[in-house]
Structure formats: C-alpha cells, structure tokens
Design a protein around this ligand. Structure first.
Ligand SMILES: [Zn+2]
Length: 319
C-alpha cells in the first residue's frame, strides 16, 4: 500500500464527494459521495467526516485531508460565509480535522479546482493561470507564479461579483448586475425563458414540455446543439459577456491561459467561440501581446477534490 495518499473532498451544496488520491502516482484510487444536509452546519461538516472515514478505512498511508467548499474561507479554514450551506463563521478545518485525525486544509472550492486544473488538467505546464467556473454562478481561482493566489485574508478570486451592469439583475450577494448574473448558466436560463415567452412555438418551449417558464440552461444548450438559431444567439450573447469579463481579468492578471470550467461548458464552442471573440475584441492591445489561450477545463467534476488532496499534501503532508 503506498504511503503517499491524500483525501480530497468537494463539499457542495447538494453533494459531498470525496476522492482517495495517490499523490505520487497521480491516481484516483477510490471515491465516495453522500448528500449534503445543507441546512445544518454541524451535519454538513459530519458528512465530510463520514466520507473521509470511509475512504481511510483499512488503509495506513493516508496523510492529509483537503476540502474545497463554496464560500468565503479564511486562511485558518474558517468558513466565513457559504451561499449554499448553513456555515457562518464556522471553524470547518478545525472541526473536521479533529474528528478525522488528519492535518486538514480547507479552501474555497473554485480555488481547489483551479489548483487541480493547474497541476493535472488544462493548466498543466503554465505558471500563471486563471480558472473561471461557469455554473449557476461564476467562481474563480488564480494561480500566480506557480502558487495559488489567496489575497490578504484568503478571500481572493471572487470574480463572479464584479458589477458589470449597474442596475442589472439582482445577485445572491445583494448587488445588482454582478458578472455572474449576466454571464453564467443562470443567465443562459433567464435569456432562454425570455425568448421562450416571446416565441411560444419555439423548439425551446417544446423541449421544456410546453411551458416557457420551465426553460433552463439545459434546454437552451440542447436546442443550440440541434441548430436552433434563437438558442445559438443566447449562448453567443452569454459567451460575449463572459469574454468581456475575462478580458478585464486578463488586463489585471496577465495569465498564460484561462481555463473555463463548470456545468455551462457542456455547450462547448457554442459558448467558448463567442467568448474567445469577445475576449480578443475587448482585451487591451490584442495585437501587441502573446496570445492568451481560453480553453475548456479537462478534469470535469474531479478538479476540486483532486486539487484539494494535492494542495493539502503540498502544504501540510510532506515529510
Ligand atoms: Zn454578486
């Protein structure tokens, strides 16, 4: 049995997923998933403990536990605020680490996913990478000079909450017109419903079972893949907003590569080509800088847990 094992957990608002990773061999050996009891802070922490214990059972070589969780996590692993779980100023690393008996690192889920893609996925070989996760909202992770960039308090890379449309749609954070309200899966769904209401005979309405109010990003993407022009235009519009935002971030961060992950990338180039075009149209001096690649993430849903295992190993596990 190798002794270079780490557990990585992606603690989401719906599911808590754990992986047992052999860090040296770069191999996933086992996995477990349980539901997250999101309304109960203690029970949500216990779900992480349960997953970790199952993955540790009967094995000696497990050295560390890394956890990625959606929300604002400080450098001590205190979950200051989680949008989808009842954690508020909750000492998640301390609680979980004490129960599991392993050195435990907790960080933001998109930070962990960025680290996973940087080390083993689409960002491999770069030194400066930006991850943009486009799901219901927009998350981000920044790797700068080969290190995860966390900021003074650990809260860096909350890129979804840059206001890009003052007075625009209300965001979960309380502001109006955050980037994630106009360039995420939620935006695809909202534009889809608006189009469906105007065009009750459209493919979109048919795919949603005849009810325009039931259109989500899933139906828009499906319709676009079938060649429906209205759906293609919606993805192009959201892709444009995505590319404009990425251009702003590239102006600030100057990465080598921008990795786009999250559920919305099932749309593939229907989303990413308009993103790339808008990026080139918006970034400063595009003809006078090396090309910045905008690529799809490579590790799908495993990036966060693998990144968590690896980062915990690097920061707490060696020796
Ligand atoms: Zn916001």
């Amino acid at each position: 049995m190798p002794d270079t094992l780490a557990i990585g957990v992606d603690a989401g608002g719906t599911k808590t997923e754990g992986l047992l990773v052999d860090i040296e061999a770069e191999e996933i050996l086992d996995r477990r998933v349980v539901d997250t009891p999101a309304e109960d802070a203690d029970a949500s922490a216990r779900a992480i403990v349960a997953v970790a214990r199952e993955l540790m059972a009967g094995r000696d070589g497990v050295r560390v536990l890394g956890v990625g969780a959606a929300g604002i996590v400080d450098r001590d692993g205190v979950m200051r605020y989680a949008p989808n779980v009842a954690w508020r100023d909750f000492p998640l690393a301390e609680r979980v680490g004490a129960a599991v008996g392993l050195p435990t690192l907790v960080d933001n889920d998109a930070n962990m996913a960025a680290w996973g893609e940087f080390r083993f996925g689409a960002g491999r070989g770069s030194t400066d990478m930006l991850l943009v996760t486009v799901g219901t909202g927009i998350g981000g992770g920044i790797v700068h000079g080969g290190q995860l960039f966390r900021g003074a308090h650990g809260f860096a890379a909350e890129i979804g909450h840059i206001i890009v449309e003052p007075g625009g749609p209300r965001c979960g954070c309380g502001n109006l017109g955050c980037w994630e309200q106009v360039a995420s899966g939620r935006a695809i769904g909202r534009l889809g419903r608006e189009a469906a209401e105007e065009h009750p005979e459209s493919v979109l309405v048919e795919l949603a079972g005849g009810d325009p109010h039931k259109v989500t990003g899933v139906e828009v993407t499906l319709a676009a893949k079938q060649g429906d022009h209205m759906a293609v235009r919606i993805l192009a519009e959201v892709g444009r907003r995505l590319g404009e935002g990425i251009a702003g971030l590239v102006n600030v961060l100057d990465p080598e590569v921008v990795v786009v992950g999250g559920g919305a990338i099932v749309a593939g180039d229907l989303l990413l080509e308009p993103t790339r075009q808008a990026f080139v149209d918006s970034v400063e001096a595009p003809d006078h800088r090396p090309q910045v690649r905008i690529v799809a993430a490579a590790m799908a849903n495993d990036a966060g847990a693998v990144g968590a295992a690896d980062l915990a190993w690097l920061e707490m596990g060696k020796g």
